[in-house]
Write a protein that binds this ligand. Sequence first.
Ligand code: MCA
Ligand code: AMP
Length: 475
Amino acid sequence: MSPLLPALRTADRKEALRFGEHSLTYAELAGAAGALAGRLAGAGRVAVWATPSPETVVGVVAALLAGVPAVPLNPKTGERELAHILADSAPTAVLAAPDASLPPALEALTRIDVRTTAEPGAELPAAEPEPDPASPAFVVYTSGTTGPPKGAVLPRRAVAVTLDALAEVWAWTDRDVLVHGLPLFHVHGLILGVLGPLRRGGSVRHLGRFSVEGVARELSAGATMLFGVPTMYHRIAESLDTDRELAKALAGARLLVSGSAALPVHDHRRIEAATGRTVIERYGMTETLMNTSVRVDGEPRPGTVGVPLPGVELRLADESDGIGEIQVRGPHLFTGYLNRPEATAAAFTEDGWFRTGDMASLDADGYVRIVGRRATDLIKSGGYKIGAGEIENALLDHPAVREAAVTGEPDADLGERIVAWVVAADPQAPPTAKELAAHVAAQLSPHKRPRTVRFLQALPRNDMGKIMKRALGNG
Ligand code: MCA
Ligand code: AMP
């Protein structure tokens, strides 16, 4: 198989990536990652402390060059979740920027400082044989309805085919300069947003953290493409009325792409009205990488996620009234959940199709319209997938909580907002909402914290004692 990142050997003095003032050319990236790769050979799995920094990119590229699977870690992961991920993925080392301060849970691992400069004169090592395309490139943790997150094992082949399919339908080339402010521990920001430009021999500029101003600045200064989750496009839409420079910058972009959750048609329309540009939606999942997209030369159709990508087989299963579960098959799929053969088996049908859990209808010409999810216990907030069960478990660990249920409610900014319904252990002295949010943030992750807490005398339960979530609020 050809190399995953061929431009490391050919694009030499061209800028590969830029984070603020810090940029690296392809030659510099190849030198730094090549030197590190030499130290990783045979390392088993390595964790990458995935701050939004050039060190994260160098660490991930080094792992890919060495053929060592990388486990990207959210640097804000709380204690309980981090302990789970480390126990489950058993990395032998953690790659981190030299100035990163790591939590105690990582102290038992060998720490390898990632440098963005190579030894003077260092070059990419002579081409090693390219690892087997079926071998794992990443283990990415993703939430389910209950229990802690599962590690999706993503083979090198899936990364290559998904990026090449997107290149075809988006006419994505080495002339493109992508800007985004997505986190680097999920598929969207890391695989699409960093490895995408690097596989094409193009460039990526990362904002460090998302801001509307940063997007406007970079699109006015040579960036050609923008990736974001709907919350980011919503914030852009909110600013467009008053910000003419932003409207001009977006109007000049070659491609505006949204994904990770549905972009409301209202925000599509506002952006189109102010800029004359339509945002392209693509649909993917950690386990499947990308499944569908609106094509750059196709008809934009807000409210749909376009058509299946080249190489992706897609069908609707158990259809009723034209709505069924999206199932997919193809070389873009993960190979399974780490250490979870039963969960892996349950995720596939007997004839080998992956069950996405997303419910959709198909337009007559094949455009896919996602209408909802099979599981109500999965919440998408800010583009992050969050399981109600993991938050309930964390809340129940708080001494002032007797019972807890978690639901998602519609939210104009986040898509869905996490709501915790809590029965206090002592109704006379309930915990504060802030305290519970801080508890969840510290145990799991800040983006999993409840944004609203509602106290009840008791949770509604059916005769079997099961919590009736539909009886909570209007949900
Ligand atoms: C607030 N903060 C706290 C607390 N309250 N920290 C600890 N404890 C608390 N109690 C901190 C947060 O950590 C954050 O810090 C800051 O305050 C603001 O928090 P928040 O309001 O949560 O952030 P936001 O500005 O609302 O975030 C919106 C966002 C974010 C930027 C859109 O949700 C985001 O980056 N989403 C991207 C998700 C994504 O990439 N999904 C891809 C997975 P700080 O700001 O410093 O962090 S899906 C995927 O990969 C598939 C394949 C696909 O299809 O794409
Ligand atoms: P994750 O597991 O975090 O990778 O999230 C995958 C889920 O995000 C999918 O199963 C969908 O529910 C949702 N998703 C991703 N892209 C879109 C989109 N463009 N429109 C609607 N939902 C999306």
